[in-house]
Design a protein around this ligand. Structure first.
Ligand SMILES: [Mn+2]
Length: 320
């Protein structure tokens, strides 16, 4: 793929559009929210009308990012006739927007900007780079090509995606380029320490107690060299937490060196069970594993959702 060709195609489509629909995946993480906000900053500078959408609200910890107040709840009955272009960010598949059918039915071109290995190239234009540590890093390259002025706010969005999706510069995808872009963003006014305080060092007591409970339940399966823990809806209710409190738990468990793979499984409360997979090993690709359950993600971090509930089975659990 000639990236420059794709960059100019995106810039041409954005330049000639007037009302742009932007969306990211459900349960948006730092990179998802930051990507949405980064493109919103760009479109604001260009004087375009835009509509930011996500199936779930952005957590309060991301409210320091510009434009978050403009994020709308994405519903399947949204009227797409007013839009002339769609930009979907940080989504490996349109399914992850939770409004796949509505977006597909809209007679407008879709620009797909993403870094998931499992991306299924759903766009009319696809800017997909699985080697990029975050979607915001891909946006940075696009903005550089388009000579977009990197304001302090825009730099803050780009750095937030990099910091959160690289696990604070710890994951395997982190490379010299990651540090170079991060350094440039700091030079442009982004505050790395504030971003870390808002996105990582932001856990409350209830959350950490719940993590403690999950840790006490940690099991190891030597057949698969996998360490895992589970939380039922009942556990979540007893602990007084929601699914947003489990954000980061799988990555935290991945501090473990005694297993090839870590897995956190919990009930979503709507008849589905969610699994988050992590690995530090170069010879393991958890994306493949997640895909075998209908999910996706990255080589070192992936997830899936399946129908069912968690049922105790001996010293373990199974999904029924
Ligand atoms: Mn991402």
């Amino acid at each position: 793929m000639d990236k420059k060709f794709v960059y100019s195609e995106i810039i041409n489509k954005v330049t000639s559009a007037q009302n742009i629909f932007l969306a990211t995946h459900e349960n948006p993480d730092g990179d998802a929210v930051a990507s949405l906000c980064a493109v919103a900053e760009w479109l604001t500078a260009l004087g375009k009308n835009f509509y930011l959408a996500c199936a779930d609200e952005a957590e309060a910890s991301f409210h320091f990012l510009p434009q978050t107040a403009k994020i709308n709840k994405l519903t399947a009955n949204l009227d797409f006739s007013r839009f002339d272009l769609a930009i979907i960010l940080d989504c490996g598949s349109l399914r992850r927007t939770k409004a796949e059918a509505a977006i597909k039915a809209a007679p407008i071109p879709i620009i797909n900007i993403d870094h998931h290995l499992s991306n299924d190239q759903f766009g009319a234009v696809n800017l997909v780079d699985a080697d990029a540590v975050s979607t915001t890093q891909i946006l940075y390259e696009l903005f550089k090509y388009g000579k977009v002025d990197i304001s302090r706010q825009l730099a803050s969005c780009i750095l937030t995606g990099i910091i959160t999706d690289s696990g604070n510069f710890a994951y395997a995808a982190t490379n010299p380029r990651t540090f170079k872009v991060a350094s440039e963003m700091i030079m442009s006014g982004a505050n790395a320490r504030n971003i870390l305080m808002s996105t990582a060092k932001n856990k409350n007591l209830t959350t950490l107690k719940a993590w403690g409970f999950a840790l006490s339940r940690l099991r190891y399966n030597p057949n698969y060299d996998i360490a895992y823990t589970v939380l039922t809806q009942r556990d979540l209710a007893d602990l007084g937490i929601g699914k947003q409190d489990l954000e980061g738990l799988a990555s935290f468990l991945n501090n473990l060196k005694d297993a090839k793979i870590v897995l956190v499984i919990y009930e979503l409360g709507d008849g589905r069970v969610k699994g988050s997979l992590r690995t530090n090993r170069d010879d393991v690709d958890v994306c493949v594993l997640a895909q075998s359950f209908g999910g996706g993600g990255h080589k070192k971090a992936a997830g899936f959702e399946v129908e069912g509930k968690l049922v105790p089975a001996g010293n373990s659990w199974r999904v029924e």
